[in-house]
Write a protein that binds this ligand. Structure first.
Ligand code: ARG
Length: 416
């Protein structure tokens, strides 16, 4: 028999399994990366567990004294986790088992009562929702600060009257006010925050009390636990609670991917404009890295990794969405595979937005390089329009006239 540190039989050892020893390789495969991923989720799981314990108190399953004792033990567990002394071991199937086992180790029989009217299915769902809400809100706050940083940069550029070439097809097109370029990212972020708000609203519903996906066998006041955990509402239908795992995670990751898209566009522009060929912008030295071989190099790794954020969060979102393909109602262990891309996608986006703000705040303008790149060709479109207004001629004529004048000036040159 496999036992846990509290001396209890392992969760999967229900006492009625014939056939001797378990297959350790198969068990490890099924546990997957739960030990490390559930470690990250642990504080959220503890919060969910504390709310469930109080719910059991209200339902009359636990006495007020028992609720208090469990509450204190959960607090203690959290402190141990914080100090790095609480880990999910291989003898636990996952973090949920580890919490239950730690409570049993400390409180004996009382610890074993915690899992009443609860399944790991609603337990993990609750922890994931709490994790997602915290992260999505932090991403949203960071996006607000980033938008402010872009607005402040725009102010700086406007005060200096800065203009650089704008590009289409990667070719110089027309003059572009640097402030307008900065403000394009501020505006993109405002839209990204709308998508984030939708993802937050979807995530903001409590699955706790849905148990395995069919409701708890004893009446629980789901409204009360939802309120206690700070959820806006209860996700009432227990079948839908399980159906929405992966789906709501994908929605959260999609919102992150859209935001990462904006960061990627900024990173691509900044990579181009900081390259010596353009030189309109500079990164502070402290944000560049040296080469191990070439003493002449300073590399903009941070911008390249910001550019990589978008494809990498898109991939995480796609992985979660793919896992949901061809799954019917009910819990499926396939769900477990979504935790890695989910935790990764949210955490990476959160730091990515924060990093982007630091970069934007310290980005330097190089007015001379911008000025040098503003060649007369960039003003041809404006000149054609002046002719339209002054001479009242059709735009097509003005266009030809301006083009012909340029040909005369650069005899033999092919106009781009
Ligand atoms: N590690 C599992 C997950 O992330 C926890 C839920 C397990 N539930 C079950 N019925 N085996 O999905």
């Amino acid at each position: 028999m496999t036992t846990t540190p509290s001396g209890q039989p392992s969760l999967w050892d229900t006492g009625d399994v014939a056939g001797g020893e378990r297959d350790a390789v198969v068990d490890a495969f099924c546990r997957g990366e739960d030990a490390s991923l559930d470690h990250v989720l642990l504080p959220f799981d503890v919060r969910g567990t504390a709310a469930h314990v109080r719910g059991l108190g209200r339902a009359g399953v636990l006495t007020a004294q028992e609720v208090q004792t469990l509450d204190a033990a959960l607090d203690e567990l959290l402190r141990e986790w914080d100090a790095g002394r609480f880990t999910v071991g291989a003898e636990h199937e996952d973090g949920h088992t580890a919490i239950e086992d730690a409570l049993t180790q400390r409180l004996g029989e009382l610890g074993r009562k915690v899992h009443t009217a609860r399944s790991r299915n609603d337990q993990v769902l609750t922890a994931l929702r709490l994790f997602a809400l915290e992260h999505l809100r932090q991403v949203d706050d960071a996006a607000t600060e980033l938008a402010e940083a872009f607005a402040a940069k725009a102010g700086e550029a406007r005060a200096q009257g800065l203009t650089m070439p704008g590009y289409t097809h990667g070719q110089p097109a027309m003059p572009l006010e640097v402030a307008v370029w900065c403000e394009s990212f501020r505006d993109a972020l405002a839209d990204d925050r709308r998508t984030l708000a939708a993802a937050i609203a979807l995530t903001d519903q409590s699955p706790l009390g849905s148990a395995s996906g069919f409701g708890a066998p004893i009446p629980l006041e789901r409204e009360a636990t939802a309120r206690e955990l700070g959820f806006a509402r209860v996700q009432a239908n227990p079948v839908y609670c399980q159906q929405s795992r992966l789906k709501l995670e994908a929605a959260a990751l999609n919102a992150c991917a859209q935001l990462a898209w904006t960061l990627g566009q900024f990173a691509c522009d900044a990579l181009l404009f900081t390259s010596p060929a353009y030189g309109f912008l500079s990164l502070p030295q402290a944000m560049t890295t040296g080469s191990s071989l070439m003493p002449n190099k300073r590399n903009p790794d941070v911008l390249e990794l910001l550019r990589a954020l978008h494809p990498s969060v898109e991939a995480a979102a796609a992985e979660v969405r793919m896992l949901g393909v061809r799954l019917g109602s009910g819990y499926h262990r396939d769900f477990q595979m979504s935790k890695r891309p989910f935790l990764y996608g949210l955490e990476r986006t959160r730091t990515g937005v924060e990093v982007a703000r630091r970069v934007v705040e310290r980005l330097q303008f190089n007015p001379e390089a911008m000025q040098a790149a503003l060649t007369p060709e960039l003003y041809m479109t404006a000149t054609a329009h002046e002719l339209v207004i002054q001479q009242g001629i059709p735009f097509r004529d003005a266009y030809r006239q301006v083009k012909a004048q340029r040909h005369q000036r650069h005899e033999g040159d092919e106009a781009p």
